[in-house]
Structures are given as structure tokens and as C-alpha cells.
Design a protein around this ligand. Structure first.
Ligand SMILES: Cc1ncc(COP(=O)(O)O)c(C=O)c1O
Length: 411
């Protein structure tokens, strides 16, 4: 009779974990206010309220609302002056938009490795990847863990580079007493449906620099300028505006956010403690200076040697069968078809002509990211961490159950 659920044994966890998005009557109340106001788009009061609330929430002087996190990053890059002929250094362990936003801004991404402990961009690898074309670096606060901003800012300052923060997963994360978003030159947030603050879709670009703000605002508003007329289009731009309905949902979401973050902290800290008793699994480490992780993801670092050589993939399958919603995570981005297949000078539809056919991702290899993506990590999303410490015990107990029955996983 097998013990593991993957082989037909009893599941350790049969109840569902907390789901997402949250249910709350406040959403309906605020949406009704928008419907009654008649101002559903431009000039809607909720958008103004969201801007004020979010700037206060994330310690940024300026913010531009937009349609999604992907555009929030592109807008940030464009506003920082990135364009054709430039290179932007990005990590390979992240969502595709971190790198594709660089392509959309007309530049090319260059991949630099991550740190094995924090899983965020490694400042030394960034410095080694700098060329005369490097214009900017996009630091990702992966899973909600603030990257080592002091080290990255030092490299950027030394080489005259702009620093963009990809905060899509990091609403409310704290680095040396400040929320992420305007610690670098600009930041991009996502409000997509899985995110810790969501309106289904939506984005926001932050900065403390008035000129960067004005350029981002113009691009999102069809080339108008903040104090110009309606039919006064001075620069290139497009329409990236969000609706007041989205803003209403986000305004309510911000009101609920601190309480949700406190609950995630409580649960994540409990799970971290439980993991101390399990050799071979360690949680994502805090970067130097990182004071609060937003826990959009709880990332486990997995050492197959401590699990009798059982691969990460097999371990994750066994854990998922026990009722724990774990997944493998990203591929190294440079292996995605976008980068692996399209960059020969004849085929490349984007910026390659500015690089004399020198763009080639077939030789890119970031060993830490390779290991983390293929065998060294797995993760859970944020909503189970809105549950109880008992839920966390189930996660740890399921890991122990799989570990104690490794014989059942060998082929
Ligand atoms: C790290 C990261 N960057 C950017 C994005 C893009 O955000 P959106 O889906 O809102 O375009 C995401 C969303 O999944 C993300 O996780």
C-alpha cells in the first residue's frame, strides 16, 4: 500500500487553501460610486485618489497610471531615455515582460546572472555584462524580495546607467526603510489578476524625478504634456490609460493591503521556521538591506542531494499530489523562443539592425539561473499565505511526508 498520494496513497491536505482575489463588499461600493459619477474614464475621481494613495503607499513623488505591468516597465524605460542602439541588463529568472519590455522600447536585453541565495540580480554579474551600449539595468524584486539596491545603485552610478525597478511582484516590499518603486530612477508595478494588489489588469510607473514623470505621462497620454492642451501632441505616445472602474477596485485594495501583508508575513515566517528542521530546502534569502518581502511568491530552494537524488520536477509532482499548490517556476528567459529563435539578422523584426547582427542569445548561459530554473527551486503563490499557521504546518508536513517516502519516487 503506497503512502504517497502520487502513487494512490491518502492526500495530506484535502481542504483548499485561501484563494484570490479577496471577497469584500467594499469593491462593489466603490464601483457603484464610479457608475453613479458618470466619469468612467478621463477625469475620474478614483484615478486621482488612487494616484495619491499609491504615491503615499510606496514612497514615490510621482506616478503614472497605465494598463499593465508590461507597459509600466516599457514606459519607465522610455522615460529614462532608453531606445534603439541601447542595451539593458536584466536577470533571466523573471517573467518574460522584464525582458520583452526592453525589446518593445527598441533596445535589446542582455542577461546577467542572479544570486543563488536571494535569487535577485547579482551586482557583480551586472558589472561584468556592461558594454559601451549599456544604458540601463532592470532590477527585479523577484517574488516580492527587494533586490540588493545599494550594490546595484553603486554599479549604475559608477557607469552612468539608469536603474529601473520591476516591482510587479513587490507591492509594499521594504528596503532600508523605504518601499520599493522609487529607490532607483523609476519603477513599474502590475495589477494583473494574480498580483498582491489587483484590478484584474492595470499598471503604474513610479519615479521621484519630475522630468522622468513628465516623459512617462506624455507617452501614456498620446504625446500630450502634463500642463498642455487636449489637442496638443508634442511627442510620440500612445493611449495607456486605465478606467475609473479599475482605479476604484485598486483604491479599495490599498485599504486592505497592510492587513493582508501582515498576515502573509506571519504565515511566511512560520513556514520559514518550520523549514529550518528540513535539510535540503531553504526559503529565498533576504537581500542585504531588504526589510520586508511582499511574498507574491514563496520560493523554496531545493537541494536534490539531500533528497536522495530525486529531481525537483518529481518532488514538485509528489508535493502537488499531496494537495500543496506548488509549481516549478520560470525557464531561463534567454531560452524562450522570443530570444532563442528570432535574432538572426535576416529574421529579427525589432532592434537588431542597430547592432550589426551581433545579437545572439545562443551563447548566453547564466549558471545560477540555469540551476534555479531547472532543478534548484520551486514556489507557491501568495494567497495561501493569507491563511493560518495551521495551513503552513500542512505545507511543511507534506514536504516531510514526501521526504520520508523517497523510495516511492525512485524509478
Ligand atoms: C516580474 C514581472 N514583471 C512584469 C510583469 C508584467 O505585468 P503584467 O502582467 O501586468 O503585464 C509581471 C507579471 O506577471 C511580472 O511578474
Amino acid at each position: 500500500m503506497p503512502d504517497l498520494a502520487i502513487n494512490g496513497g491518502p492526500r495530506l491536505r484535502t481542504e483548499p487553501f485561501v484563494g484570490w482575489p479577496p471577497k469584500d463588499p467594499g469593491f462593489k461600493e466603490y464601483l457603484a460610486q464610479v457608475i453613479d459619477s458618470g466619469a468612467w474614464g478621463i477625469g475620474g475621481a478614483m484615478q486621482e485618489r488612487l494616484l495619491q494613495d499609491y504615491k503615499k503607499f510606496c514612497d514615490a513623488e510621482y506616478a503614472v497610471l497605465n494598463t499593465n505591468g508590461t507597459f509600466a516597465l516599457e514606459l519607465g524605460l522610455r522615460a529614462l531615455g532608453v531606445g534603439p542602439g541601447d542595451e539593458v541588463i536584466v536577470p533571466p529568472y523573471t517573467f518574460i515582460a522584464t525582458a520583452s519590455s526592453v525589446v518593445s522600447a527598441g533596445a535589446i536585453p542582455v542577461f546577467a546572472d542572479i544570486r543563488p541565495d536571494t535569487l535577485c540580480l547579482d551586482a557583480e554579474a551586472v558589472e561584468a555584462a556592461i558594454t559601451p551600449r549599456t544604458a540601463a539595468v532592470t532590477a527585479v524584486h523577484i517574488g516580492g524580495m527587494p533586490a540588493d539596491m545599494d550594490a546595484l545603485k553603486a554599479v549604475c552610478a559608477k557607469h552612468g546607467l539608469k536603474l529601473l525597478e520591476d516591482c510587479a511582484q513587490a507591492h509594499g516590499a521594504v528596503y532600508r526603510g523605504r518601499k520599493v518603486g522609487a529607490i532607483g530612477d523609476a519603477g513599474g508595478f502590475s495589477f494583473q489578476s494574480s498580483k498582491n494588489l489587483t484590478a484584474g489588469e492595470g499598471g503604474l510607473t513610479t519615479t521621484n524625478d519630475g522630468e522622468v514623470y513628465a516623459r512617462a505621462w506624455s507617452y501614456a497620454n498620446l504625446g500630450r504634456v502634463p500642463d498642455g492642451g487636449w489637442y496638443d501632441h508634442r511627442v510620440m505616445g500612445t493611449n495607456l490609460r486605465m478606467t475609473d472602474f479599475q482605479a476604484a477596485v485598486l483604491v479599495r485594495g490599498i485599504e486592505m493591503l497592510e492587513e493582508q501583508m501582515a498576515r502573509r508575513d506571519l504565515c511566511a515566517n512560520h513556514l520559514r521556521q518550520r523549514l529550518e528542521e528540513i535539510e535540503g530546502i531553504e526559503p529565498q534569502a533576504f537581500s542585504p538591506g531588504a526589510e520586508r518581502c511582499a511574498y507574491h511568491l514563496f520560493i523554496f530552494r531545493y537541494d536534490r542531494a539531500a533528497f536522495g537524488g530525486v529531481s525537483r520536477d518529481r518532488f514538485v509532482q509528489a508535493l502537488a499530489a499531496e494537495g500543496i499548490p506548488v509549481s516549478n517556476g520560470y525557464n531561463p528567459l534567454y531560452r524562450e523562443g522570443l530570444f532563442a529563435n528570432n535574432w538572426s539578422p535576416e529574421r529579427c523584426p525589432w532592434a537588431c539592425k542597430f547592432y550589426e547582427g551581433t545579437v545572439d542569445y545562443s551563447t548566453t548561459y547564466c549558471p545560477v539561473a540555469e540551476h534555479v530554473c531547472t532543478d534548484g527551486s520551486f514556489w507557491m503563490g501568495q494567497s495561501p499565505f493569507l491563511g493560518t499557521t495551521g495551513d503552513m504546518d500542512d505545507i511543511a508536513d507534506a514536504i516531510l511526508k514526501v521526504r520520508d517516502n523517497l523510495d516511492e519516487l525512485r524509478d
